[in-house]
Design a protein around this ligand. Structure first.
Ligand code: ATP
Ligand code: MG
Length: 573
């Protein structure tokens, strides 16, 4: 391909509305163009990277036994009403009407469609298992579309769904998909981790996320540097390293005046103790009524754990005006002693401790010496701790680290949630009707490409991993000499004949301009053909990743070396 024939125009300036580096560089390198918030055109260079990732994904899906199909983007409301998600999904679901005033949606995901396809096509255990996937455009009306392709509204996802007669069969498919995901991200040369994840709204029993490590990541990942434990902090478990509250003999319950001291810090300071000695009381509203959650004063509650443990559908902070009705005390001064009857969940670290400092359910008052069993009923103890840096790994006791990650893939064991709701059943060997057991497996295509840039760039531009680079080699001609141009054309044709994706910057521009553009777009290999080296029969080549190491050689030698190197990086040699 010649630059002059291609559709590429680079920009010197960062776009004013870009927050992250991948968005800036993809825009400046003319890979994407924004049309509206979270809605982008994939320009030719961007589309090439997307297609490359898609072919890696296809190869690995096929290898794992999944079969490709393509489902409609527009889906009728009826199947969403059947699954119940028509009522649950909220504003991310783009609802549309056709000319007959019938309700449709633009698919944010495809559990309903695939379940309706499979229930109509399969009825016997003999036809199972199946695993079906597609690579397709989704729409989610995200509250804050941002970060370019990382959180778009319209975006490309690979989604796969498997159907089984037993948990064992689901386990096999799940393992095969997990391995396939690991191969995909390894083949893209990304620094990523697979972590335990919360199953969120989709529901189900087991789930793993794949995160590309990058400072701009929206997720916090707890990782044990010693053993292999890793988990999204939404789910991560750990032990607080220092003791905090003790288990000394119980002192008498004593009321202390704490005028205007609504915060843990104020109370701790006033009493001359560490914040870890004060028990923090949080009040939540849930679909099952208000609940009280207790935790050490220096730590935060993980609301997702509260929701999962309590078995509620939703959990939000209780508003101040509802405190009185819920506990019988004012906000800032509530606690378990003397509270109205209410469900109380305490973080497991409080179990067995004594002499709590808590709110007294009276304005401007706290208790010291509050003790479980004597002063108030024992709460339910559960892990509701939001894990942070330094907490100890439950597996090996090592202090954990927290890193930022970009979620690029998410796999779930769904179970029978959709098959039950939508009557997707099979006849088992005994002729009994059973709901199919499902798994689902998502991978963000655009997000993965963008995350590769978040991880691989420098001040001059993108540094593509070879397997997903839009072009692998850039030939830069310095000057327009006949000899320079014929040599460049010959190198170009030989590389192309060898199956290498090569672009020749044949523009009549200064070499400096071409080098800058080559660096910005991030071609992994650059071959420079200039009159001076050519006088000795040589051309120069270098790697984008290591620009200082310049190599020189005869055109044919260079072609052979570059082909070998690229084939190795692609994993095809
Ligand atoms: P997030 O928590 O980031 O919103 P999610 O849990 O909603 O993600 P899934 O429903 O599991 O995501 O979707 C599967 C994959 O699709 C994700 O792992 C991610 O790579 C990709 N994805 C999800 N939402 C977006 C988006 N708005 N833009 C780009 N990719 C997305
Ligand atoms: Mg989401």
């Amino acid at each position: 391909m010649r630059w002059s024939q291609y559709f590429v125009y680079t920009l010197r300036e960062d776009p004013s509305d870009a927050d992250v580096i991948s968005q800036k560089l993809m825009t400046r390198a003319s890979m994407i163009k924004k049309l509206a918030a979270g809605i982008y055109t994939y320009l030719p260079l961007g589309l090439r990277s997307i297609h490359k990732l898609e072919s890696i994904v296809r190869e690995e899906m096929n290898r794992a036994g999944a079969v490709e199909l393509s489902m409609p983007a527009i889906q009728p409301a009826e199947i969403w009403q059947e699954s119940g998600r028509w009522f649950q999904y909220g504003k991310e679901l783009l609802r549309i009407k056709d000319r007959h005033d019938r309700d449709f949606i633009f698919g944010p995901t495809h559990e309903e469609v695939i379940t309706s396809v499979v229930r109509d096509s399969i009825n016997s255990y003999r036809q199972l298992p199946v695993n079906l996937y597609q690579i397709q455009t989704k729409f989610r009306d995200e509250v804050r579309p941002r970060f370019g392709l990382m959180r778009g509204r319209e975006f490309i996802m690979k989604d796969a769904y498997s159907f089984h007669t037993s948990m064992e069969s689901l386990d096999d498919a799940y393992t095969a998909m997990r391995d396939a995901y690991n191969r995909i991200f390894k083949r893209c040369a990304l620094d990523y981790v697979m972590v335990d994840a919360d199953t969120g709204n989709i529901g189900g029993s087991a789930s793993h996320e794949f995160h590309v490590m990058a400072k701009s990541g929206e997720d916090a990942i707890a990782r044990c540097p010693k053993c292999s434990y890793g988990a999204n902090t939404e789910k991560a478990v750990g032990t607080i390293a220092d003791a905090g509250l003790g288990s000394d003999a119980a002192a008498p319950l004593t009321e202390v005046a704490t005028p205007n001291m609504k915060s843990i810090e104020d109370v701790a300071k006033f009493l001359g103790v560490a914040t870890s000695r004060v028990v923090k009381t949080l009040m939540y509203d849930t679909d099952l009524g208000p609940i009280m959650v207790l935790i050490r004063g220096d730590r935060e509650v993980n609301e997702i754990k509260v929701k999962n443990y309590s078995g509620t559908q939703w959990v939000v902070m209780l508003t101040d005006d509802r405190f009185d009705e819920a506990v019988g005390g004012p906000a800032g001064f509530v606690g378990p002693v003397g509270a109205k009857k209410i469900r109380v969940i305490a973080d497991k670290h409080l179990e067995g401790t004594t002499n709590w400092i808590t709110g007294a359910n009276k304005l401007d008052a706290h208790y010291t010496g509050a003790t479980i069993g004597r002063d108030f009923e024992a709460p339910e103890f559960a892990d509701v701790l939001l894990v942070r840096e330094g907490d100890l790994c439950l597996r090996c006791g090592t202090a954990m680290e927290i890193h930022r990650g970009i979620e690029v893939g998410h796999i779930f064991k769904l179970g029978t949630k959709y098959s039950k709701a939508m009557n997707c059943v099979f006849l088992d060997e005994a002729g009994e009707r059973q709901p199919m057991i499902m798994g689902c497996y998502g991978l963000g295509v655009g997000r993965t490409v963008a995350s590769a840039i978040e991880q691989n760039h420098d001040a001059d531009g993108i540094i593509w991993p070879i397997p997903i680079a839009p072009f692998e080699v850039m030939i830069v001609t310095a000057g327009q000499d006949e000899n320079v141009r014929t040599t460049a054309a010959a190198i170009h044709d030989k590389l192309e004949a060898a199956g290498i994706d090569v672009m020749w910057d044949d523009r009549d521009e200064r070499p400096g301009v071409k080098f800058k553009d080559a660096d910005l777009v991030g071609f992994p290999v650059k071959i420079t053909v200039g009159a001076k080296s050519l006088a000795e029969g040589n051309v120069e080549w270098s790697l984008r990743r290591d620009p200082k190491a310049r190599n020189i050689g005869k055109p044919d030698e260079v072609v052979a070396k570059v082909v070998a190197m690229i084939e190795e990086a692609r994993g095809t040699r």
